[in-house]
Write a protein that binds this ligand. Sequence first.
Ligand code: ZN
Length: 280
Amino acid sequence: MHTQNIYKNYEPAVTAPDKDYKCGYWFIFCSNKLLIVNNENEAKIPQYNELSELSQVLTSPLYLGRFYGLPAYCIGLADSTQAPSGMSFVDLRSTFGVLDEASFLLASKAVQVVAWEQTHRFCGKCGSLTQDLSGERAKVCPKCGFISYPRICPAVITAVFKENKILLAHARSFKGDIHSLIAGFVEAGETLEEAVEREIMEEISIKVKNIKYWGSQPWPYPNSLMLGFTAEYEGGEINVDGVEISHAHWYDVENLPELPPKVSIARKIIDWYTMEHSSS
Ligand SMILES: [Zn+2]
């Protein structure tokens, strides 16, 4: 297990102990972009007392728990919202390495909570207005009783090894010439291991064995949970599907192509493997 206790300085909770929400840290989103305070060398999450320009719209937030000892809230605002002076709405991914890690991680959770709130105002079964279910991160329909929870989509991502080489592929959706691991969503009724085997077979036509769990990472773009695996090559020739994957090759750790950003579990697995297999 490589991914325990990712959050720092954070105690999760769903129900605010106090009705007064005009305090603490606010994770504010507008079109999935996060509001940050721009300082000279670093960015930070705004506190309520810095947000007077938005006070009219900062009502009915969702409680996240305590962050650095203060209450933390999240809310989604209308697309037309203007950032207060000295602040800006930025793409969450671009805040990696700019925000401190604890803030980045909690923002990654908050964006999923906000997206869920915005897409579950009405019952998915009968269309009535939903209500918050007390004490849980859930919505209940007062008419038919249907309960909905935040939707999380599991996806598997796998590092395949063959004779000290790692399989890396370029997907058409990747920027530039980035090469990464094979990934895909788990289908209904499938085990994680079956999803690993199927995705690798579908995308590059090879068979794998000895599938082992490596670790996981919430991936809020928009609501995935990435489950990392390692596997050994068993048989077949690389033959890319040409739809998702444009090319794939076996790489020696001494000679890796352009890799995904360090924030991703893909990169964490590749870096871990490189550490284990570097000759130096
Ligand atoms: Zn209903």
